[in-house]
Design a protein around this ligand. Structure first.
Ligand code: SOE
Length: 385
């Protein structure tokens, strides 16, 4: 099959720039789709770093200003993998320039910033996708199939947490490359937008809208040195965030994210308890889905540990033989495969910017509730309004 080339212009060369580039490079070797990503240009503020990135990943060219990327006729896709405070301006301009727009999560620093991004892609009618990659873990895809088939029955509980420990030291400065996540002006929030947002995106997809929340957040380290100026500054981000909530389907939400769980490097778990069955998933054992079905024969009833590597499991026929597992980077490859499939079919890829905005409305409500101490309704397209 003759493939249609899809020229990628990547903005940002950090951790996420690498995950995306790897996915663009790998997808056509494993998925037979009519579109083929081509690494056309990488854009970054630091020319030396950008040139190094170009070499490592095999991009054709380098730009230092993202506006140049938008002017280029040979760029089809603008992929935004730069810090959160740059998302809105680049995404809106890219949509107005008629490009396909991809954006790292969270979409904006809050819903007010994300809404005009969504309006821009809607007005320009350009395909768009936000990189909530954990949806594309085969075990999570299988969970989605089981829930949609009604195997769990009525859902009572959705419990999720995302735990890390990399900001515990008070000596860690904030700001600049890699540490912008600690800078409120750049990141918009702390773990709520960074980690809890992953849990929320997966939850909205698997279990539907969340109507209201009551939350608590904490900033354990109150002041940090700014890496760029050396000055001590007040820390504005939330270091830890937890909320209880109600889904529109009547189930209860229990969510937690923190960067202060000593020993926990990237523990994302979710458990869903339904009338008939429950499921449990753990990022550090990501190829397994734990499943318990009360309708099993009594003597054999128990937790099944499903090794999601068979060829009839989501995505797995594209990889190795049954029993051989895949990992974190493959979730990004799957996300690109979904994008290419949608482009071929003329449908909107998922998760879309609308999905990104829906998550931002929930994180806004969490942050609002942590300030007011009251239950807050989730605003927006799928919330209580
Ligand atoms: C933060 O450390 C981080 O890199 C997040 O920004 C990612 O979204 C998450 O998947 C892993 O952790």
């Amino acid at each position: 099959m003759k493939k249609v080339r899809l020229n990628i212009g990547l903005v940002g060369y950090g951790f996420m720039g690498r995950t995306h580039s790897n996915a663009f490079r790998q997808v056509s070797s494993f998925f037979d789709l009519s579109f083929e990503p081509v690494l056309k240009a990488v854009c970054g503020r630091n020319q030396e770093r950008a040139a190094q990135f170009q070499q490592t990943w095999g991009y054709d060219s380098v730009e230092s200003d993202w506006r140049r990327l938008l002017e280029r006729k040979d760029i089809d896709v603008i992929d935004i993998a730069s810090p959160n405070d740059t998302h809105a301006e680049i995404a809106i301009a890219a949509a107005n320039a008629g490009k396909i727009v991809l954006c790292e999560k969270p979409l904006g620093r809050n819903a007010a910033e994300s809404k005009p991004i969504v309006d821009a892609v809607d007005n320009a009618k350009v395909p768009n996708m936000v990189w909530y990659n954990y949806r594309r873990v085969p075990a999570i895809m299988l969970a989605k199939e089981l829930i949609d088939e009604g195997k769990l029955g009525r859902i009572f509980h959705y419990r999720a947490k995302f735990l890390q420990d990399w900001t515990i030291s008070s000596e860690l400065p904030m700001g600049g490359e890699a540490l912008w996540r600690l800078d409120i002006d750049v990141a918009g929030s702390g773990v709520t937008g960074d980690l809890l947002s992953h849990c929320i995106d997966t939850a909205l997809w698997l279990n539907g809208p969340i109507g209201s929340v009551t939350a608590v957040t904490e900033t354990f380290i109150k002041e940090r040195k700014d890496r760029r100026t050396g000055e001590l500054r007040k820390v504005g981000i939330d270091d830890a965030s937890a909320f209880l909530g109600r889904f529109s389907n009547g189930s209860l939400a229990t969510f937690e994210a923190t960067r202060y769980a000593r020993g926990r490097k990237a523990v994302y778990t979710l458990e869903i308890n339904g009338e008939h069955a429950s499921i449990l998933w753990d990022l550090q054992d990501l190829h397994r889905l734990q499943y318990y079905d009360h309708r099993d024969e009594g003597r054999l009833r128990g937790w099944h540990s499903i090794h999601v590597t068979d060829s009839d499991h989501p995505y797995m026929k594209h990889w190795w033989v049954p029993g051989l597992q895949i990992g974190y980077e493959h979730t990004f490859v799957h996300q690109v495969a979904e994008l290419l499939k949608s482009l071929a079919e003329g449908t909107q890829p998922e998760p879309s910017f609308h999905d990104g905005l829906a998550t931002d409305y929930v994180t806004d409500a969490v942050l609002a509730s942590s300030k007011t101490g009251a239950w807050e309704n989730v605003q927006g397209e799928t919330g209580a309004e």
